[in-house]
Design a protein around this ligand. Structure first.
Ligand SMILES: Cc1cc2nc3c(=O)[nH]c(=O)nc-3n(C[C@H](O)[C@H](O)[C@H](O)COP(=O)(O)O)c2cc1C
Length: 233
């Protein structure tokens, strides 16, 4: 499993330091690359504090947010939300491995502070910065919103799990999900592995993309986009 997957937790309290020029240009280069590969139009916004200052919309859960990555793609792309999850999580793990803190944010920010580019839709944002040393709020949120389902709760199978599938599911257990709902579920039947979510709202599809990235990163097996995607094992 990637070091970033082992270490990552949502960071909601940041120091008041702005991103260094090196970190900002690292993020921009990575965004250029993933936009090219996935047909997304994600961008770094280095002054996004106003979207988190509105207490009514952020519930006071975040501290000192300065920079966010605006995760957006073409508004006619049927796979937009899954792509955002897959490529956003790959980027997040790169950033964690650089020592940066991140948090996926789909709800608790003031969306009206951002305008989508022409022909694009904003799926969510990712906060990015240097973790605050005290991080009192993070510790509270971690205790409330970090409990994980077991491997047995994430996969049903008609036979003993092949080693790579077991490792893949364990990597998925470390993945973040909206409200820690951990919806993506795997099933193995007659040698076919399926990953499904119970609904296809935007945030759930981001979770599905994130889960598929964790599974792919661990096993090299990549699911197509879509709910109920299948791989012959
Ligand atoms: C698609 C998505 C949307 C999320 N939206 C929010 C949000 O609006 N506010 C927030 O504080 N955390 C948000 N989170 C973070 C989750 O609450 C967090 O990933 C989950 O509780 C698991 O904790 P961990 O990330 O520390 O492992 C979101 C996560 C995902 C994947």
């Amino acid at each position: 499993m990637r070091d970033g997957a082992k270490k990552r937790i949502s960071v909601r309290s940041y120091s008041d330091r702005l991103l260094s020029a090196e970190d900002a240009s690292f993020i921009k280069e990575r965004l250029d690359a993933l936009n090219g590969t996935a047909g997304l139009c994600c961008k770094l916004c280095e002054d996004a504090s106003s979207a988190f200052d509105n207490l009514k919309k952020s519930y006071g859960m975040f501290k000192n947010v300065k920079s966010v990555i605006v995760m957006q793609g073409k508004n006619d792309d049927p796979d937009l939300y899954e792509k955002v999850g897959f490529y956003g999580e790959e980027l997040i793990l790169d950033l964690v491995e650089r020592g940066l803190g991140t948090c996926w944010v789909g709800g608790t920010f003031d969306k009206s502070e951002f305008t989508a580019d022409e022909g694009c839709e904003i799926a969510c944002v990712i906060t990015v910065g240097y973790p605050d040393s005290l991080r009192v709020k993070d510790r509270v949120m971690y205790s409330v919103l970090h409990k994980r389902k077991s491997a047995e709760e994430r996969i049903t199978s008609d036979s003993a799990l092949p080693e790579n599938v077991r490792r893949g599911v364990e990597a998925v257990i470390t993945a973040p999900s909206a409200v820690n709902s951990q919806k993506p579920h795997f099933s193995l039947s007659d040698g076919v592995l399926t990953v499904s979510v119970p609904d296809t709202s935007g945030m759930t599809l981001i979770d599905l993309g994130i889960a598929k990235y964790h599974f792919f990163d661990e096993t090299g097996l990549r699911f197509e986009y879509g709910n109920d995607a299948k791989i012959k094992i």
